[in-house]
Design a protein around this ligand. Structure first.
Ligand code: PGA
Length: 252
């Protein structure tokens, strides 16, 4: 089944609002007229407003790098799904490995964030992936299976229409070590099979699975040509407009 590609730029903790606006305007120019696939950018919270403004009238969606599950209240430092939606956000990343590694994110909190995002009609990119030790120890499938089961616990098949999964092997993130297209394809196919078992083949066949981990302009084409790789979640290379544009245009 033909799935529309989805390439997303995770800007992480980079760019002031002024720099974010400049990058958004460069992307706007570089992707002028591009309609062959979906594109999203995920700036830090403080730049969501300027980036949304800079991309107004384009099909490029703007999303947040995280979302909290409570609606409002005494949760210093957190931002709710309702606030994001009201700020023009269309999507949120949940469960990024840096959140899991440095900020105590668990499969359970990923699930709560995802449910909160969907309840506010946000789309979500749910990240899964094994560490180097897990890969070397031969537990990649076991880890990914646990993360998928945890993230989607209690979700209904129809809710999955707004979800994208990002397979990001932790050992490939920011390291310059990319999974080979064959390694990535193998896990993507496994994830799709898990989704088929849980939600049926209709959901699994239409849901997009992005690859993430040192995706660059020069390796994107080969990765994105794999049958179960439907796009990319790009970190470092999404901070340079021409590199990100090249990755977007490498998508099938
Ligand atoms: P990277 O990051 O492209 O810099 O490896 C990917 C990600 O963390 O989403």
């Amino acid at each position: 089944m033909a799935r529309r590609s989805f390439v997303a730029g995770n800007w992480k903790m980079n760019k002031t609002p002024q720099e974010a606006r400049a990058l958004a305007l460069e992307l706007r120019a570089g992707l002028e007229g591009w309609r062959q696939g979906d594109v999203g950018v995920f700036p830090p919270y403080v730049s969501l407003g300027v980036v949304t403004e800079a991309l107004k009238g384009t099909p490029i969606i703007v999303g947040a790098q995280n979302v909290f599950w409570e609606k409002s209240g005494a949760f210093t430092g957190e931002v709710s799904a309702g606030m994001l939606a009201a700020s023009g956000c269309a999507c949120a990343i949940v469960g990024h490995s840096e959140r899991r590694q440095y900020f105590g994110e668990t499969d359970e909190t990923v699930n709560k964030r995802l449910k909160a995002a969907l309840a506010q009609k946000l789309k979500a990119i749910v990240c899964v992936g094994e560490t180097k030790d897990e890969r070397v120890g031969g537990t990649t499938q076991q880890v990914v299976k646990r993360q998928v089961a945890g993230a989607f616990a209690g979700l209904k098949a129809e809710e999955m229409a707004e979800v994208t999964v990002a397979y990001e092997p932790v050992w490939a993130i920011g390291t310059g070590l990319t999974a080979t297209p064959a390694q990535a394809q193998e896990v993507h196919a496994f994830i799709r099979q898990l989704l088929a078992e849980r939600f049926g083949t209709g959901v699994a066949d239409s849901l997009r699975i992005q690859y993430g981990g040192s995706v660059k302009a020069d390796n994107a084409k080969e990765l994105l040509a794999q049958p179960d790789i439907d796009g990319a979640l790009v970190g470092g290379a999404s901070l340079v407009a021409k590199d990100f544009v090249a990755i977007v245009k490498a998508a099938k």
